[in-house]
Design a protein around this ligand. Structure first.
Ligand code: ADP
Ligand code: ASP
Ligand code: MG
Length: 322
């Protein structure tokens, strides 16, 4: 059994989403995939942050941003959901955006954005994208269910970077999946506290959502689908000759990601490493490529160095005193 995750880079436009739907239809049954985690549409999380910041600054034009976000999702519905289910899906989107508008109106009035409100605002990115994609999959003839991960993944109240309570989360996931045999389309990044307040798992956290699910379900593999051919020897935006690393150990992947390789969110690795579940990084735009397989017993590479990563803008602090 497998768990897939598609990042924002794979769901930027309706055309790209269409490609992913075809990919899921071809692979999910064959590979016994039980859950697919999606991020927000590309750029939407950043747009939500910007919108919330505008509202907190008392700028009434935050509503322009909201309109852009709404139009983007409605356009995706028109392109991907069959005509009979479009108006119902659009109604749900409008309802969600009304909720979002209510909270932003509050932020605008009191000119204050608490970490708690910010997490609630950000949750709309994944809730909207997964709603549209799940309806699009059903329209394409593939049965599935939308799953709001906030109902299963429980965290502390460290808004913006919440810590997961693995025991409760594990039993919630096991119970849910044993009662829901259909493919689950799961909101990445979002979770909730024991008081049902919305939290998020840190930027890039949808990878972690897939890892939590894969670990709890005892998956045979978790696949992270993105826009590059796997973990590359270095950041392709900085090094044009970077090339994919076919296999690497969990420790090597941890080190690369901790020190700047954005392709995997660092907390993703631990839950899978402790259960020996391999992680495969795959390219949505080159599905037949091998990608990168991260596991306990990676083959020694051709080179003595697996990869090089870097972090920008690191301040160096020198403490000196009497
Ligand atoms: P997603 O939206 O799929 O989660 P991300 O933007 O979070 O995608 O991560 C993929 C990006 O990570 C790539 O497009 C690439 O620019 C960047 N990246 C940085 N370092 C590496 C690396 N060593 N290997 C692969 N990608 C890297
Ligand atoms: N949408 C969230 C972000 O942009 C989570 C993710 O993409 O993994 O950080
Ligand atoms: Mg990412």
């Amino acid at each position: 059994m497998k768990v897939y995750k598609f990042g924002g880079s794979s769901v930027g436009t309706p055309d790209r989403i269409k490609g992913i739907i075809d990919l899921i239809i071809v692979r999910a049954e064959r590979e016994n995939c039980r859950a697919v985690v999606f991020s927000a549409f590309q750029g939407v999380t950043d747009q939500l942050i910007e919108t919330a910041n505008l509202a907190a600054a008392g700028r009434a034009d935050y509503t322009d941003n909201l309109k852009i976000i709404e139009n983007r999702h409605l356009e995706a519905v028109r392109a991907l959901v069959d005509i009979h289910h479009q108006s119902n899906t659009m109604a749900v989107i409008k309802m969600l955006l009304n909720d979002l508008d209510d909270i932003l109106q509050g932020v605008y009035l009191i000119k204050e954005l608490s970490p708690r409100s910010k997490d609630f605002v950000l949750s709309f990115g994944e809730r909207l994208s997964n709603l549209v994609i799940s309806r699009a999959l059903v329209s394409a003839g593939h049965d599935c269910e939308f799953l709001d991960a906030r109902t299963l993944i429980k965290t502390n109240a460290n808004f913006g970077n919440a810590q997961v309570n693995m025991d409760v989360t594990q039993s919630n996931i096991t119970a849910h999946f044993s009662a829901h045999p259909l493919l689950q389309i799961v909101t990445g990044f979002v979770a909730s506290t024991d008081k049902d307040e919305t939290t998020t798992l840190g930027r890039g956290g949808s990878d972690y959502t897939a890892s939590i699910l894969g670990a709890a379900l005892g998956a045979e593999e978790v696949q992270i689908w993105t826009d590059v051919d796997g973990v590359l020897t270095s950041d392709p935006r900085k090094v044009t000759r970077a090339f994919p690393v076919e296999t690497m150990t969990y420790e090597e992947a941890l080190e690369m990601s901790h020190f700047g390789a954005k392709v995997i969110y660092p907390p993703t690795i631990q839950p899978l490493m402790s259960r020996g579940i391999p992680i495969r990084i795959k390219n949505t735009f080159n599905p037949s490529g091998f990608g990168t397989l991260i596991s306990a017993d990676a083959l020694p590479g051709k080179y003595s160095i697996r990869g090089i990563s870097s972090i920008d803008d690191v301040p160096l602090l020198r403490l000196q005193g009497t």
